[in-house]
Structures are given as C-alpha cells and as structure tokens.
Design a protein around this ligand. Structure first.
Ligand SMILES: Cc1cc2nc3c(=O)[nH]c(=O)nc-3n(C[C@H](O)[C@H](O)[C@H](O)COP(=O)(O)OP(=O)(O)OC[C@H]3O[C@@H](n4cnc5c(N)ncnc54)[C@H](O)[C@@H]3O)c2cc1C
Ligand SMILES: NC(=O)c1ccc[n+]([C@@H]2O[C@H](COP(=O)([O-])OP(=O)(O)OC[C@H]3O[C@@H](n4cnc5c(N)ncnc54)[C@H](OP(=O)(O)O)[C@@H]3O)[C@@H](O)[C@H]2O)c1
Length: 473
C-alpha cells in the first residue's frame, strides 16, 4: 500500500489525488489531502469570482475526488507554519508528500506611495469578497469603497475580476455567496469610475476574451476605450500580422476585435465620454475605462490617503516591450488595486527559489541542493508559478504523479504511520475532516436562508471552526 499526503486542497492538490486514484501501477493507494484551512478547494473557493457560478461549480467535480473512499480530507492542518506540522515530521507519517500549496502572496509595484491607505493588492480585495478567513475585519468595508474613482493596475484576468466586482451592481451579487459585510459595502459603494491600466499595449494584455467581453455586458456600466491609445500598438494597427512577424495568437486577435468594436465612434473624452460603439445600458451609472501604455511610477497622496496614480506614458519599442516617452499622466483615484500577479511563499523546511517564488523541482520531484529529495514532490502554482487556469493544474499534477509512481518501489520501502490522523492529534493538531466541512456547508446554507439568500460564506476562523465542530448541526 502506498500512503500519500497531498498538502493543499486546491485544484492541483485535488488533481494530484485524482491522478493517484486513476492509475493502475500501484492499485492500493491511500491519499490524505491536508489543508491549513478547514475548507477545501483553494482558489476555486477563495479566488474564482463569486459571479462566475459556472466555474465555481467545478467544485462539484473536485468534491467527487475528495469523497472517494481512498481519500481523506484533513482540514485545519497547516504544514510548515508555527501552529502546524513541519515537512520533516510529515515525512515520517507518509511514504510520499506532494506539496500543492499554491502562491498566496501578492506582488508589489515598488513605487513610492504604494503603502498609502486606500492602496491594496487585488489579492487582498479578492480574499475579502471571497470571505477568506485570514482577512478578518478589513478596511474595505469601512473606507475604501467610499472612493468615487478606482484604479486597477495590470491587465490580467484578476484585474478584470476585481474591476467587474467594483462595477457590478451589488443587487446582482446578492444571488452569490459573497459574505454579508462585503455585500453591504458593495451595496453602499460610491465607485463610479474604474480605470484598468496596462503598462504595455492591448496586444500584450493577459486577459482572455470571454472575461473581456463580460465587462461590456455589465448592466449599469459602460466600457470606454481610447482608439488613439489602441492605435499606438503596432499589432492593433495590423491585426493580420506585421511583415516578417509571426501571426498573432488567436486570443490576442479576438481581444483586439472586441476592443476595436468598443472603440468605434470616438475616444475616451469624446462624444460625452461614451464612444458610439461602447456597450452598456443607456442609464449606465459606472464607467470602466480600459487604458494602455501607462506605467505606474508613483501613488499620489492627499490628506494622508491615496488620491491618484502618476503614470509614465510609454510607447512600443522594437523588441515587443515599451519605452518611456518622458510624458506623464495623473489619474485621480481614492482606491488603487494592484493586480500585478501572485507570488509563492516560502514554506519553512522546504527548499525555495525566491526569484521565481517556486519550489525547485525536476518533473515534480523536489530538489534539495539540486538533487531529488526522496518522497517529496510538488504540483500546481508552487511548482510552475502563479499562471494558468484551473485545468492547467491537471496536466501539471499528472506529471508529478508519474514521477511519484516511477519512484513507488523505493517509496513503499520507507516507513509510514498506520493511522497518520491519530498521530497528528497526538501532536496537538485538531483536524477538520469531511464531516466537519459538510457541517460548514450546512451552516452557510442556513445563514443564507436566514438572509433570504442562497448559501452565504462564513468569513472568520472562529465561525468556520465552530460550524465544523457542530457536526450534528
Ligand atoms: C483571483 C483569482 C481568480 C481566478 N479565477 C479563475 C477562473 O475563473 N477560472 C480558472 O480556470 N482559473 C482561475 N484562477 C486560476 C486558478 O485559481 C489557479 O490555476 C489554481 O487555483 C491554482 O491551483 P493550486 O492548487 O496550485 O493553488 P490554490 O488554489 O491556491 O490551492 C492551494 C491550497 O493550499 C493550501 N495551503 C497553502 N499553504 C498551506 C500550508 N502551509 N499547509 C497546508 N495547506 C496550505 C491553501 O489553503 C489552498 O487551499 C484564478 C486565480 C485567481 C488568483
Ligand atoms: N476567469 C479566469 O479564467 C481567470 C480569472 C482570474 C485569474 N485567472 C488566471 O490566474 C493567473 C494569474 O492572473 P493574474 O491576473 O494575477 O496575472 P497575469 O495574467 O500574469 O497578469 C498580470 C498583469 O500585471 C501586469 N504587471 C506586472 N507587473 C507590473 C508592474 N510592475 N506594473 C504594471 N503592471 C504590471 C502584467 O503586465 P505585463 O504583461 O506587462 O508584465 C499583466 O498585465 C492567470 O493565468 C489568469 O489567467 C483566470
């Protein structure tokens, strides 16, 4: 029998468990999926936007894996943290451990003013509206949404998510599982302008077309683009390809088509600020301005809070990047969200590459001093870095499991605990098992019913743990 611990119950952890169940090389496997949270699914629960119900429903297929009789969910057990279990001790309990801990930190802009009140990472904002229990009582509810104008820095899918949540009427969010405090704050939000700003051109934006189009379909909001800004991008001007250059990727072509459609009829500032082709209802109260070729250089301050962002105007260079033009533009904003990527966090006791923010590995085998460390593996964002959609983690996990299975003969000669959960309890940990999670689900459904809504997320540790312990509730 091969006994495996998977650390992290996000997509990469669950796909790792699934790949272990679906193989036939080692028929007798037992998989414990540990998570520091009492709740499973990682960013599918705490990242995927609440209004993306279809993607959220992927939880159902992840759930089927965690409910397999060969799999045990072990929530509320952190690995490598002060209150958790160290990688060295965990290795005593299982033949192999696969680390699937994601990339939970944010990247900084490293510009003056970044620490001003009113300036946050999108990571934090996402965690807030997703009810991540680490966020706790948060300033968003109190003051950030008093802003009239918000700047979102970055043009990836996370930038589009946070801009959409800011621009979407809270009425529509009522049907989602957004926690009460966040819903209230979004209901009271005075944000009317949301600027999404890229430092390069539209052909280099990282958002996908579906997500981009969705901005144009928001009731109560209008998208504004500036055709002269778009035209600065050589690929926009020549969508069929520049002489001697490779054809544009399909996603870029589609994005440019959408932007072109929106730009018809004038630029930002023209025609009453609403270019003719821009979508959105006539009575739109919010505007989403998509801006390009603006590199943030400083967050501006007034009265001790953020008041705007100073951007350097850039222009395309010959190498696919941009150069500064020596010109600047200030954009007013009382709320600034930087959506410039996530970052892996070092897990004490595991090797870490601080530049890439990942664990060094060879085909999923953790490398210590450049050599594979027996019984230690890695998958998902902590292996590849913070890019890729949910499905990308499936092939990533498969590669790791193939390496693990190739090592299986040696691994099963190592010792493993008969009952790792009993040992974890002896060590003072208080695992939340599947029944505890189901109990949290019931409590969230009950909370929602009492509010006349569907399930509503419990946003704090105490509430989650109380619900988990109330297994008969
Ligand atoms: C805001 C946001 C929205 C997204 N929306 C979409 C979308 O709509 N569609 C899509 O396809 N992709 C989306 N993605 C991408 C997708 O979420 C990721 O590809 C995927 O979640 C990465 O999976 P992972 O398992 O590596 O990490 P995660 O999902 O982050 O899972 C890591 C898990 O490890 C646990 N963990 C961390 N540290 C420890 C520890 N020390 N001990 C124990 N457990 C630990 C965490 O609690 C977490 O449950 C989104 C990403 C973000 C950031
Ligand atoms: N609906 C979905 O499917 C969905 C939703 C959310 C997230 N995701 C996925 O999750 C992954 C992470 O998304 P993400 O948006 O965090 O990352 P991302 O796709 O890497 O986008 C990051 C953005 O930040 C910009 N940026 C980085 N550093 C900057 C700086 N110093 N100043 C200004 N801009 C800067 C980047 O611009 P440059 O290109 O110029 O570096 C880029 O536009 C992606 O694979 C994404 O597709 C998917």
């Amino acid at each position: 029998m091969l006994s495996v611990a998977v650390v992290g119950s996000g997509p990469s952890g669950v796909y790792t468990a699934q790949a272990l169940l679906q193989q036939s090389l080692v028929p007798d496997v037992r998989v414990h999926v540990l998570d520091r949270l009492p709740t499973p699914y990682g960013l599918v629960r705490y990242g995927v936007a609440p209004d993306h119900e279809k993607i959220k429903s992927l939880q159902n297929s992840l759930r089927a894996v965690l409910e397999d009789e060969r799999v045990t969910f072990v929530g509320n057990v952190g690995v490598g943290g002060p209150d958790g279990v160290s990688p060295a001790r965990l290795a005593e309990l299982y033949h192999a451990v696969v680390y699937c801990v994601g990339a939970s930190a944010d990247r900084a802009l490293a510009v003056p003013g970044e620490g001003l009140p009113g300036s946050y990472s999108a990571t934090r904002f996402v965690s807030w509206y997703s009810a991540h229990p680490d966020i706790g009582a948060d300033p968003f509810a109190r003051d950030a949404l008093e802003a009239r104008s918000a700047v979102v820095i970055g043009v990836g899918n996370v930038a589009v998510d946070v801009a959409r949540i800011l621009a979407r009427g809270a009425g529509e969010l009522r049907r989602t599982d957004v926690p009460r405090a966040a819903l209230r704050a979004l209901e009271e939000s005075r944000v009317r302008e949301v600027h999404i700003v890229g430092r390069r051109g539209p052909s280099q934006a990282r958002f996908t077309t579906r997500e981009l189009r969705e901005l144009g379909a928001l009731p109560g909001a209008r998208v504004v683009v500036d055709p002269t800004e778009l035209a600065l991008d050589p690929a926009y001007a020549a969508p069929d390809g520049l002489p001697g250059a490779l054809p544009l990727p399909a996603v870029v072509r589609r994005n440019l088509e959408v932007l072109r459609g929106w730009s018809v009829g004038g630029g930002a500032g023209a025609a009453g600020d609403m270019p003719g082709g821009a979508p959105g209802s006539a009575d739109a109260v919010r505007r989403i301005r998509l801006r390009f070729f603006l590199r943030p250089v400083e967050l501006l301050e007034r009265g001790g809070r953020v008041a705007g962002v100073r951007f350097a105007r850039t222009a395309p260079d010959e190498a696919g990047g941009v150069r500064d033009t020596g010109r600047y533009e200030d954009v007013e904003a009382q709320l600034v969200l930087r959506a410039v990527g996530y970052r892996g966090v070092e897990l004490p006791g595991l090797p870490f590459d601080p530049v890439r923010g990942t664990v060094p590995h060879a085909a999923g085998r953790v490398l210590r001093g450049g050599v594979p460390s027996p019984g230690e593996y890695v998958a998902g964002w902590i292996k590849r870095g913070p890019t890729g959609v949910i499905g990308s983690n499936r092939s990533c996990a498969k590669e790791t499991v193939a390496s693990l299975l190739a090592d299986a003969a040696a691994l099963t000669r190592r010792t493993a605990a008969d009952d790792p959960l009993a040992v974890l309890r002896e060590w003072g940990l208080r695992p939340v098992e599947w029944a505890g999670w189901l109990s949290i689900e019931r409590a969230e459904a009950e909370l929602g019913r009492s509010l006349g809504r569907g399930p509503v997320k419990i946003p704090d540790w105490a509430g989650l743990l109380a619900a988990a312990r109330d297994e008969n509730g």
